[in-house]
Design a protein around this ligand. Structure first.
Ligand code: SF4
Length: 368
């Protein structure tokens, strides 16, 4: 066990857990409040920066705990302003996070695992296999690092922050850590990013979709469909062999029935040229959703090409035609614009890539 493994990452504790931790130190509860605010509201990354704590306490904390575990290895900046961070865990595993600025809000796409155990054939991350699931602290730290880099340590973001759990990994295979991290980030004394601003995407882990249906405080849900038939989905997303479309869509219906005002539920459909984008497949997809009486919107995502994946994105006219068939059958459809393709930051492109001419040395980073 490394030194770091023995230390508690305080960024991964809820406010209540932090109070408990601090009381074990024989310190009053208000110290926990100070620390929680410093780590999450001011986004500080070391105890030494929390100047309101007595020096002796900071030293004791440094012995037993840590405020941050991720380090930034590289940062890549796209022509469209998207930033991709390649980070490392304390045990040297890659973690990728993408910051996408938009006019009215920023979106941070975080990873839930290092690598991914699922084998979606259109996704580069799949080629890493699962390295390990991330801890709650490692999930929260990704957001802190991205915000510090964009705005400066502790500076208030200029726009609202939305989160999407669509980076590396299958979030629902790390469900407890994910939900804990979201709870910590929702705290008004900290980052205050409420579940309504978070969307989590799953390849279809049916029991967790059912579980999410029972949870009142929950993120928005996106289901990555990728294919309109079991035959094709078995091939593109082998998790389908475990939970085929009927089971998945049955769970989706259960979930849809529990939707409350303001919550969003969507399907994602990656468009692969000549593979899953024909008129016939559009009809099959619409019929499938209608048969299960699902009303969620479908987001069409033109595939992001990445060597050595054998796919190309569907041409724009094909995507439009596919959309109009879905719409003619009453399925609400939206085409998602790819961001950060040039720096391998777009969907399905995260695989700890280092090559690109837009690299910036990590020493230039703020909050690293
Ligand atoms: S698409 Fe998502 S679930 Fe599938 S292999 Fe890639 S990261 Fe994993």
């Amino acid at each position: 066990m490394s030194e770091m493994d023995k230390k508690t990452n305080l960024t991964g504790l809820s406010h209540a857990e932090l109070v408990e931790f601090i009381e074990q130190f024989g310190e009053p509860a208000y110290r926990a409040r100070q620390i929680f605010g410093a780590l999450h509201h001011r986004r500080l990354r070391s105890f030494d920066e929390i100047s309101e704590l007595p020096k002796a306490l900071r030293e004791r904390l440094n012995e037993r705990a840590t405020a941050s575990t991720l380090t930034i290895e590289s940062r890549y900046i796209s022509e469209d302003g998207t930033r991709r961070f390649l980070m490392k865990t304390h045990d040297n595993l890659p973690v990728e996070t993408v910051f996408i600025p938009e006019e009215r809000r920023d979106t941070i796409c975080f990873s839930s695992q290092s690598g991914c155990p699922l084998q979606c054939t259109f996704c580069l991350t799949a080629q890493l296999g699962l390295l390990r699931s991330l801890t709650p602290g490692e999930i929260v730290e990704q957001i802190i690092i991205a915000l510090n880099d964009a705005y400066g340590v502790g500076e208030k973001p200029l726009r609202g922050t939305n989160l999407v759990g669509m980076g590396a990994g299958e979030p629902f295979l790390n469900f407890d850590s994910l939900m804990k991290a979201l709870g910590i980030m929702a705290d008004p004394q900290g980052l205050f990013i409420v579940p309504h601003r978070v969307t989590v995407s799953t390849a279809g882990i049916v029991p967790r979709v059912q579980e999410l249906a029972t949870i009142p405080q929950r993120p928005n849900l996106a289901i990555s469909l990728g294919a309109p038939t079991n035959e094709m989905r078995d091939e593109l997303m082998p998790i389908n062999k475990k939970w085929p479309l009927e089971e998945l869509l049955g769970a989706c219906k259960e979930f849809e029935q529990t939707l409350k005002a303001g919550e969003r539920f969507t399907f994602e459909y990656v468009m692969l040229d000549g593979v899953n984008d024909s008129d016939e497949q559009a009809r099959q997809l619409a019929n499938l959703l209608n048969r299960h009486d699902l009303h969620a919107r479908v987001n069409l995502i033109p595939h992001n090409p990445a060597d050595p994946l054998p796919y190309q994105p569907s041409p724009a006219e094909r995507v439009e035609q596919f959309k109009s068939i879905l719409e003619s059958k009453g399925v609400r459809t939206f085409v998602r614009r790819p961001r950060g393709r040039d720096i391998f930051a777009a969907c399905g492109q995260l695989a700890a890539r280092r090559e690109t001419n837009k690299i910036q040395a990590s020493s230039q980073l703020i909050g690293a």
